[in-house]
Design a protein around this ligand. Structure first.
Ligand SMILES: Nc1nc2c(ncn2[C@@H]2O[C@H](COP(=O)(O)OP(=O)(O)OP(=O)(O)O)[C@@H](O)[C@H]2O)c(=O)[nH]1
Ligand SMILES: [Mg+2]
Length: 293
């Protein structure tokens, strides 16, 4: 009998959820960066093993409360999926557990799904004995069917998570063919550009950035794309463009390199930067930028 089911990854922002998923699937489905709130929507992906098919949902990380509309929308995303999955992977980073992790765990515990505790970034934990004490002191171990320490970055322990998921998923026929792209091509393109914006710009700005594909034409050997990078204020536009256009040029080159690898063809990418005042507080802007509440 085969197994098949849904698994989601829930955790505080920046603990490494998307990095883990990309490593697990051995391909990039979700953008990652060393900044808060990198993931902005629930991202679906699939892994088909010999006898098991896992449908994954990567979610935006929980972050500190804020009045901005975008923040409120992002905070709701994990709760949209926790009741409809078979397994929740609850992820923390190293031996850190603060109020936001606690709030996230409380949310996870509202679901009746099976729960797997994954402790990521163990490469940063110098004394591995501390992991044991951390688990003993922080968690009620009965809440989890397994506890797996990993380093997503160093590809350590990922196979153990796979085994645990294989065991935990219900008996089912496969729901999908072996491989399937849940996200549209335009979404993948705009996310790739947004990742480069996040990685190449300072700390504050990325949060106020959205990327919209204006036009894309996919030919056999060539993908042509025009995209707008939206910011909230004119001063931010100058930062995105940079001196003599250097910044936006670097963003374009980095994104193009990734896209050529992803789609296996030559890519021509034209980027513009536009100001849409205070879009992070405007539900209509959010919707038009593909961030659905
Ligand atoms: N040292 C170390 N860094 C890691 C590891 N896994 C992820 N990271 C880094 O942690 C940062 C955040 O990773 P993401 O995968 O974007 O985190 P996330 O949980 O998806 O974040 P949000 O989408 O904002 O919720 C990136 O800079 C990763 O390279 C790990 O095992 N060890
Ligand atoms: Mg993420």
């Amino acid at each position: 009998m085969t197994k098949c089911g849904y698994a989601t990854i829930i955790g505080k922002t920046n603990v490494g959820k998307s990095t883990f998923l990309n490593k697990f699937l051995n391909k990039k489905v979700s953008i990652t960066a060393d900044k808060s709130q990198t993931t902005r929507s629930n991202i679906y992906a699939i892994k088909t093993l010999e006898e098991t098919q896992i449908i994954f949902i990567d979610t935006p990380g929980i972050h500190r409360k804020s009045e901005k509309t975008l923040n409120k929308v992002l905070r709701k995303k994990p709760s949209e999926v926790i009741h409809d999955v078979d397994v929740i992977i609850f992820m923390v980073s190293g031996t850190k557990f603060d109020d936001v992790d606690k709030e996230t765990l409380d949310l996870v515990n509202q679901s009746s799904a099976k729960k797997l505790l994954v402790i990521n970034k163990i490469d940063l934990v110098k004394n591995k004995k501390n992991l044991f004490t951390f688990v003993e002191e922080t968690f009620n171990k009965e809440e989890f069917f397994a506890i797996v320490p990993i380093s997503a970055k160093n590809n350590l322990g990922i196979d153990l998570v796979e085994q645990e998921l294989e065991n935990a998923l219900p008996d089912n026929e496969f729901f999908y063919p072996e491989e399937i792209d849940f996200q549209s091509k335009n979404f993948e393109i705009s996310e790739t550009v947004r990742e480069k914006v996040i990685r190449l710009l300072g700390d504050e700005l990325p949060y106020e950035t959205a990327v919209v594909i204006e036009h894309s034409e996919d030919q056999e050997n060539l993908l042509e794309i025009s995209a707008n990078i939206y910011v909230s204020k004119p001063s931010q536009k100058s930062i995105v463009i940079g001196k003599n256009g250097e910044k936006i040029k670097s963003i374009g080159i980095a994104a193009r390199t990734d896209l050529e690898k992803k789609f296996g063809k030559k890519v021509v990418l034209k980027l513009w930067c536009k100001v849409q005042k205070n879009w992070v507080n405007n539900p209509i802007s959010l919707e038009s930028f593909g961030i659905k509440s």
